[in-house]
Write a protein that binds this ligand. Structure first.
Ligand code: KG4
Ligand code: ZN
Length: 347
């Protein structure tokens, strides 16, 4: 089947996403987010997210079908994020997808959330070069992936060993009195700040650390360094230069992210780098990645921000690629796997 109509469901975190694609054409991308319900806790509360998915699921499926001009009977296959993610949240999506697949008599594809972040770019920029290098940075993950074939062959070159990049943005934003989620606010206030004002540490970039953790990331030391700097400033009675702290922190994060991603491309002979995840919306990350890719002769692909954050279209896009490449469907008793390894594209 060249142009399968695939409905994809995503519920791994706080977004209930239902996307519909026909082959590589995006027909609908309906989203309901519970982010506002988590704001006062400063982070996603799993039980609240699960309940919100349950309430949003049917209306979001209906909206996606309406937007796409597609009836459920027109759907050729159902895809769903099986993991990794919040266990209770994943279960809601997987149960809904199973019900749809059984009810419609269509195959079910349980897919990997990270692989879906990579696959989504086919609807924006066309077929993925094989291999592609992918830097995925969000509130839940920071991964550097070598992707020879997004439907069956993904290798993790590195990942964060502590906080995810977006988590670091959110925690530092909180420290600076900015609202949750903090990434967009840090991005905004940084425009008024000096990114070389404070020389914050670049984790795992020198000496033995670089050998042992060649393509891994660490942001918890950076977060502590920012906290200490702000405390010292407050203790001395001086005002905290929020824009300078934000810009210098942001620079430390994106410097390490892009440096390691470009090095991974060079060392593995890969000419294409794809960004994904919510932090890929960061304006400084995009600018520095473009600059460094240009210098290294690497082509940079960045899906538009709505496709970088969690959404259903990415799951549908990967599902369609699996159908097109003739990969086997999942079993109907497929489990949600909160720690599904990235190498496992299908559940
Ligand atoms: O992919 P996403 O919507 O959800 C998951 O975490 O899976 O990513 C959300 C994360 C949050 O940590 C948020 O602060 C961060 O992405 N983020 C940003 C920006 N926009 C969103 N971080 C830095 N700069 C931004 N412009
Ligand atoms: Zn994600």
């Amino acid at each position: 089947m060249n142009e399968p109509v695939v409905l994809g469901i995503e519920t791994s975190c706080d977004e209930t996403g239902v996307g519909i694609v026909r082959g590589r054409t995006l027909l609908a991308d309906a989203i309901a987010s519970s982010v506002d319900e988590h704001a006062r806790f400063g982070g996603v509360v799993p039980e609240v997210a699960s309940r919100a998915h349950l309430e949003a699921m049917v209306p979001t499926i209906e909206r996606a079908c309406r937007d796409a001009g597609v009836r459920l009977q027109d759907v050729d296959a159902v895809a769903v994020t099986a993991g990794p993610g919040l266990a209770g949240a994943l279960v809601v999506g997987v149960a809904a997808a199973k019900a749809l697949a059984v009810g419609l008599g269509r195959p079910l594809y349980g897919v990997n959330h990270l692989a879906a972040h990579v696959a989504v770019d086919v609807v924006e920029h066309g077929p993925l070069p094989e291999p592609t290098m992918s830097l995925l940075v969000s509130g839940g993950h920071s991964n550097l992936l070598l992707v020879p074939d997004v439907t069956c062959d993904i290798t993790s070159l590195g990942a964060t060993i502590d906080d995810a990049a977006g988590e670091a943005f959110d925690k530092v934003a909180r420290l600076l009195g900015l609202p949750f989620p903090g990434g967009p606010h840090i991005d905004r206030v940084s425009r008024e700040g000096n990114r070389v004002a404070i020389d914050f540490p670049r984790g795992l970039t020198t000496g033995r650390d670089l050998q042992r953790y060649r393509f891994d990331y660490s942001f918890s030391g950076l977060k502590t360094a920012v906290a200490r700097w702000v405390q010292a400033r407050e203790a001395s009675g001086e005002p905290v230069p929020v824009a300078d702290v934000a810009a210098s922190f942001q620079e430390a994060v994106v410097d390490v992210l892009t440096r390691k991603a470009v090095r991974a491309c060079r060392e593995h002979g890969v000419d294409d780098l794809l960004l994904g995840g919510g932090v890929a919306a960061n304006s400084r990350l995009r600018a520095l990645a473009q600059e460094r890719c240009d210098d290294a002769g690497i082509r940079l692909r960045v899906p538009r921000p709505g496709l970088c954050t969690d959404n259903g279209a990415m799951v549908a896009a990967l599902g369609a690629q699996l159908v097109i490449k003739g990969r086997d469907a999942s079993r109907l008793d497929l489990p949600a796997d909160s720690s599904q390894p990235v190498e496992q594209v299908r559940a």
